[in-house]
Ligand binder design. Structure first.
Ligand code: ATP
Ligand code: MG
Length: 419
């Protein structure tokens, strides 16, 4: 992608009411646009990060046997009444609206009810199970506070997986596999050493649910971490009894701020009973299907990555989610510089290495500041100086040192890095 053709610009400012670091940086770098409090648009560079995160999640969901679909944003009031989750007193973040005929509909904040209802069309016998389905979908939630940038917004992208199993035993197996798949996701996006499997409140069916909490001062949750065991307990369930039950010692725990990037739940057969999702066993009995629900906040995860890795110069994207691997800066007016940079841009693009090519007539300082602010992992400079030595200058976002490399070695190096 050529900077001269990218409509977004970097900026030194951000909206006065924007207090979160992730949104301030993402706005300055041209990744997102603030529509209103807690509502953000994702611009081309931001969308590339989202798509990279989605690709990583999709790989893991597919290897669990998940099948991708997209449910609707408009939801039936009657359906959510059946499970007693329509009332604002029960679910306090609903957005609701009316059809022309005055009947009420809800705007999707989650999808357990509609997916379970839909499965009645597809599940009849034990032969139809298990079924695992997932989606990337825009969720709408009327959050009371939205002060954490894209880490808590009123409109956000969630990946939600729903598992339908024959028995509790089968459910527990896929639940454990999902736990591992989630950890794989957080490892792959670069947050593995900061993200902890966390015991949290379970809701109706089980004593605990499991959250994935990433340690960051920007997080809204408080967790107690056992670094050795790589486990944490959410403050909301912490008690002497719970610690004893989990085999954890108070003295081993460290209190930390964290952000919930994922959450997995067992619903048991409660929802299937409420909605009438049953199957026939091999010996002809009728049984309710066992449900699990598993969320990852895709855009929250992007915000957490931005928060955790940023430095005083701007964003710092891990390779796996960066919008491009290379920021290519052509410095100077010289036509030979432009030609050389064009040639390298084409070559890298051919090799499948993502490049943001700064082909604008801007000063070197401006281009370097943008490369840093945007957080692109590698920067390559083509200038009179590098041309004279028949080399390219390579520098990584996180180191001070530059390297002078000829074309062959440059490509080799980049191919290693981006694999
Ligand atoms: P929280 O306690 O932070 O409000 P939640 O328990 O309401 O989260 P879930 O309903 O389990 O969250 O949603 C699944 C995932 O979606 C969460 O783990 C989180 O990563 C993400 N998420 C939830 N609410 C928001 C939001 N308002 N903005 C962005 N991401 C969110
Ligand atoms: Mg919430």
């Amino acid at each position: 992608m050529r900077r001269s053709q990218l409509f977004t610009k970097t900026s030194k400012t951000f909206p006065a009411d924007e207090t979160s670091k992730n949104a301030q940086l993402l706005i300055k770098a041209g990744f997102i646009h603030k529509e209103m409090a807690g509502v953000y648009a994702y611009l081309p560079l931001g969308l590339m990060v989202i798509e990279n995160i989605k690709r990583i999640i999709r790989e893991e969901m597919n290897s669990l046997g998940g099948q991708e679909l997209i449910m609707t944003n408009l939801q039936s009031r009657e359906l959510w009444e059946k499970t007693d989750r329509w009332d604002d007193k029960k679910v306090d973040i609903w957005f609701k609206t009316k059809l022309k005929n005055d009947s009420e509909v809800g705007l999707a904040w989650s999808h357990e009810e509609p997916i379970t209802e839909m499965m009645k069309s597809f599940i009849a016998s034990y032969r139809d199970l298990p079924i695992y389905v997932y989606q990337f979908q825009t969720k709408l939630r009327n959050e009371l506070r939205a002060k954490s940038g894209i880490m808590r917004s009123r409109e956000f992208v969630m990946k939600d997986l729903y598992t339908y199993s024959k028995t509790e035993e089968d459910h527990n197996k896929i639940y454990d596999q999902a736990k591992k798949a989630y950890m794989n996701v957080f490892n792959k996006v670069g947050l593995g050493d900061k993200t902890y499997l966390t015991y949290a409140s379970g809701g109706s069916f089980t004593q605990f649910s499991h959250e994935f909490q990433t340690i960051t001062g920007a997080g809204e949750d408080t967790v107690f971490v056992d670094m050795q065991k790589k486990l944490a307990v959410n403050k909301e369930v912490l008690s002497d009894e719970v610690l004893k039950q989990l085999g954890l010692q108070k003295g081993d725990l460290e209190e930390m701020k964290a952000s919930e990037v994922g959450n997995i739940f067992s619903f048991g057969d409660a929802k299937s009973k409420q909605l009438g999702l049953v199957y026939t066993t091999a010996d002809g009995q009728e049984k309710p299907v066992v449900l699990g629900s598993y969320g990852i906040g895709v855009t929250r995860l992007m915000g957490v990555i931005a928060e955790v890795f940023a430095d005083e110069r701007g964003l710092v994207w891990p390779e796996a989610v960066a919008p491009a691997q290379v920021y290519l800066a052509a410095i100077g007016e010289d036509a030979k510089v432009k030609d050389k940079a064009d040639e390298l841009y084409n070559l890298l693009t051919e090799k499948g290495i993502g490049v943001i090519y700064d082909d604008r007539d801007e000063r070197a300082g401006e281009k370097f500041a943008d490369a840093d602010l945007m957080g692109i992992p590698q920067r390559i400079v083509v200038s009179d100086k590098t041309l004279a030595a028949d080399k390219f200058e390579l520098k990584s976002r996180t180191s001070k040192d530059t390297q002078q490399l000829d074309k062959e070695n440059l490509i080799k190096k980049l191919e290693i890095i981006s694999n």
